[in-house]
Design a protein around this ligand. Structure first.
Ligand code: PLP
Length: 404
């Protein structure tokens, strides 16, 4: 008799985006003339850079000829791409990472949810609150989190590390160190960053406690300030305690094309075993490689024109972020993020709950964002706006909010 993985039944319903869609649909039905502006999306809107498009076209043409046709890609990625990543994203920033420590994949979401498979089921996990939900959910499916308490909105075996205005949205180190520590900077949803000194402390803490840091830097390309690390490997000792995830999604608009990578240094050893070997085994068994044409597109991102073009798109989004942040501050909102990240995290006025504020903005300004509580209980009384909309809509939305 077949049975199910009962851990899946412990997952709380993923109501956030479906509830948002339902509320917006109902509002649109009742108010057909309302011009709703969506600043809740975490997806890019600008098209791919011309050099990426041109690389895609020529890779597709290669697939049309016997001499240049490509079948399965190497499971860990083509070396033309891994070499570029190792040099541009790491060596040029002073990080000691080599091409064979880079595992190319179809995006950071799969990697940061699959990585837990190489760790023992009894490992404790530490996550920020609020948090990108994938880290917790993937551990729920694996059976590592205990039961969900709908009153506290927490799993009993997960170590939650509150991130709020008091600590600058950077978590404090728990007294009892989690075995696996998920960190994400620049952060989704708060837009916060961590300084190099503060990240170094996390690295030292992980080494001292034999913990592993799972560092998601999907938004590193949005960093504009000095002294904000782009990679955890800028910190001394990180090669011994950290795995890093990167994505081409927001950096180069690949959300629909799919490309990312994970770095597992060979010097990262747990119980005498190199995690690099375990992840290589896992990757090779369950994944057949990112498509050649997509990896060629990824390579084009590292060309001088590619870099110039993607930076133009990032500047466009970050100008939107500035418009949102300045507008909100002028309107008297306590607001965070938006300087090194495409997310703006604002405190709801008059202690409104995240959902009350959602309804209020929808009704009064016809603007849609994301209720902060959807990312964890510490997100209550906060609201997330994103900079990925068009300039016109961003300006319009902020004007409407200011007029309220
Ligand atoms: N990590 C964070 C923090 C994200 O916000 C996202 C996407 O929104 C991802 C990872 C997923 O990236 P990808 O599109 O590469 O799967």
């Amino acid at each position: 008799m077949a049975t199910i993985n009962k851990n899946f039944t412990k997952l709380p319903g993923s109501y956030l985006f479906s509830t948002i869609a339902k509320k917006v649909n109902e509002f649109e039905k009742a108010n057909p003339d309302a011009n709703i502006i969506r600043l809740g999306i975490g997806d890019v809107t600008k098209p791919l850079a011309p050099s990426v498009i041109s690389a895609l076209h020529s890779a597709v043409d290669e697939m049309a000829h016997e001499e240049t046709f490509k079948g399965y890609a190497p499971d860990l990625g083509y070396s033309f791409l891994r070499e570029k990543i190792a040099v541009s994203d790491y060596k040029d920033r002073g990080c000691d990472i080599s091409a064979d420590e880079i595992f190319v994949s179809d995006g950071a979401k799969c990697d940061c949810s699959n990585i837990q498979e190489i760790f023992g089921i009894d490992n404790t996990i530490g996550v920020c609150d609020p948090v990108y939900p994938v880290y917790v959910d993937s551990n729920v499916m694996a059976g590592r989190t205990g039961l969900y308490n709908s009153d506290t909105m927490r799993f009993d075996k997960v170590i939650y590390m509150p991130c709020n205005a008091d600590n600058g949205f950077v978590p404090e180190m728990p007294d009892k160190a989690p075995d696996l520590i998920y960190l994400c900077f620049p952060n989704n949803p708060t837009g916060a960053v961590i300084t190099k000194e503060a990240l170094q402390k996390w690295v030292d803490y992980a080494i001292k406690n034999n913990s592993v840091i799972l560092y998601d830097s999907a938004y590193e390309a949005f960093i504009s300030e000095e002294n904000v690390p782009h990679s955890i490997y800028e910190c001394d000792g990180a090669r011994k305690c950290a795995i890093e995830f990167r994505s081409f999604s927001k950096t180069a608009g690949f959300t629909g094309l799919r490309l990312g990578y994970t770095v597992v240094p060979k010097s990262l050893v747990v119980e005498g075993v190199e995690l690099h070997g375990l992840w290589a085994r896992r990757h090779g068994t369950k994944y057949n490689g990112a498509p050649y044409i997509v990896q060629k597109a990824g390579e084009a991102v590292y060309s001088p024109e590619g870099q110039r073009e993607i930076k133009e798109n990032i500047s466009y989004y970050m100008e939107n972020a500035k418009i949102i942040l300045t507008g909100l501050k002028e309107a008297g909102f306590e607001s965070y993020g938006g300087v090194n990240a495409p997310y703006i995290w604002l405190k709801t006025p008059n202690n409104m709950t995240s959902w009350e504020f959602f309804d209020y903005l929808l009704e009064k300004a016809n603007v849609v964002g994301t209720p902060g509580v959807g990312f964890g209980p510490e997100g209550e009384n906060y609201y997330r706006l994103t900079a990925f909309g068009s300039r016109e809509n961003t300006i319009k939305a902020i004007d409407r909010i200011k007029k309220l």
